[in-house]
Ligand binder design. Structure first.
Ligand code: C2E
Ligand code: MG
Ligand code: MG
Length: 409
């Protein structure tokens, strides 16, 4: 990120709120400007465009919706990201805010870490020149529609065949205990070798499986494969190993994930605590009550629950506390520059502290260098995962590692 600190404009009619936000943001090294009304905000933006705006919705005179639509309607100011602030946490307030073109929404009272994550993520998107404006993104997609559609259709067709022909495999990436450097658990990652194409990333094909309703059977197959694998290790020299599987929100909503897991664990004779499910923040945001109920049943069963890619999603921290979580996985985006970017370093430390204050285990993913590991060790991170220790491996290669582990004192 640029060495020049970003300038953030705080717009709120309440002086105490302005003061609080100012203190929090200055503490994180940002420069701040303040406006007490919508009118004043527009004037300030015209004089000195900020890098980001925190905008209260409810203000006497010109309200936040009006300010946002004026700024987003003007070519010269449309690119400035806006975070809407509101005491109303109803989805309708959020939707209205986003409809005016605001990129984010935070409910009051504002939580420090949440504010910090939102600001950092938006500034980073802006710095990368990503299209933060969804309407412009749509136009771009529309122009390329035909080619995109054809490629997508082709991929869908290939994936339907892949399911029929059982072309998927599972690779496993080790997780390492920071305190002693030992392999302590694994993450199962889906792999697909597309005939005549080569390996396709799950980042590409999982969303397509979700869109055509096939993630439920494929996800069930992953859990089956993993349970069978744990059972096999359990019977042999390696012994049982804790494995986490990635679970899509669709599996929680469309399928009967809980019944599937209970059945597969019983069928293979695997104790629930060997299994962990990894869910992203985004998937928790959908169908909340049903999701909370499902996760509570899983938790009661003894299966562990992990929040994947933590820090980049849209859920509030207060909201996350409603879920029975065991583990937080810090997103790779924070780890990448943790040794060179002071913001990322500070936020990583804060996430680790926060997790520990909630008695959660913290895993850092994407650890590639000794320097990153040293940082995470110092910050008190519990486990790491990344190329530094090992890439995701096919079972045969992994088993050699697991056996070596037993030879070590
Ligand atoms: P994820 O669960 O966050 O998985 C971590 C990703 O980071 C994996 O990518 C892994 O190969 C990669 N990675 C691990 N260490 C490093 C590192 O040191 N550096 C870098 N640059 N990358 C590292 P992969 O395997 O391509 O998976 C991408 C995503 O696809 C996963 O992200 C997960 O969201 C999804 N996915 C994978 N398998 C499944 C599955 O069985 N079911 C579902 N629903 N989603 C899956
Ligand atoms: Mg994962
Ligand atoms: Mg992840």
């Amino acid at each position: 990120m640029a060495s020049q600190p970003a300038t953030l404009l705080i717009v709120d009619d309440e002086p105490q709120v302005r003061k609080l936000l100012e203190t929090l943001l200055q503490h994180e090294g940002y420069q701040t400007l303040c406006a007490g009304s919508g009118e004043e905000a527009l004037q300030l933006v015209a004089q000195q465009p900020p890098d980001l705006i925190l905008l209260d919705i409810m203000m006497p005179g010109m309200d936040g919706y009006e300010v946002a639509s004026q700024l987003k309607g003007d070519e010269t100011t449309a690119g400035i990201p806006i975070i809407m602030l509101s005491a109303l946490s109803e989805p309708s307030a959020r939707v209205s805010g986003l409809e005016t073109g605001a990129e984010e929404f935070i409910s009051k009272p504002v939580e420090r870490v949440e504010l910090w994550l939102r600001v950092r993520n938006l500034l980073r998107l802006k710095a990368r020149g990503d299209r933060v404006n969804p309407s412009r993104e749509l136009t771009r997609q529309q122009t390329g529609m035909n080619v995109h559609d054809l490629a997508h259709q082709d991929l869908e067709e290939a994936l339907r065949l892949a399911v029929e022909r059982e072309e998927f495999t599972v690779h496993y990436q080790p997780k390492v205990e920071v305190a002693n450097g030992r392999l302590c658990a694994l993450e199962a990652l889906l792999r697909w070798e597309r005939p005549d194409y080569g390996a396709v990333s799950p980042g590409v094909f999982v969303p397509v499986l979700e869109s055509i309703g096939l993630i439920v059977p494929v996800g069930r197959w992953v859990i089956d494969t993993v349970c069978q694998q744990i059972a096999e290790w359990q019977r042999g020299a390696i012994g049982a190993v804790e494995v986490s599987v990635n679970v899509s929100g669709h599996q929680l909503i469309e399928g009967d994930l809980i019944a599937d897991i209970a059945r597969l664990l019983a069928q293979h004779g695997v104790a629930p605590h060997w299994l962990e499910v990894e869910l992203t923040e985004g998937s928790l945001m959908e169908n909340t009550q049903h999701t909370i109920d499902s996760l509570q049943r899983l938790h009661a069963m003894g299966v562990k629950i992990s929040i994947d890619d933590f820090g980049t999603g849209y859920s509030s921290l207060a909201y996350l506390r409603r879920f029975p979580i065991d583990t937080l996985k810090i997103d790779i985006a924070f780890i990448r520059e943790v040794t060179s970017n002071p913001q990322d370093a500070a936020i990583t430390r804060t996430i680790i502290e926060l997790a520990h204050s909630l008695s959660l285990r913290v895993v850092a993913e994407g650890v590639e260098t000794q320097a990153q590991l040293a940082f995470l060790k110092d910050a008190g991170c519990d486990q790491i995962q990344g190329y530094l220790f090992s890439r995701p491996l096919p079972v045969e290669t992994l088993e050699r590692l697991l056996l070596e582990r037993l030879d070590r004192p």
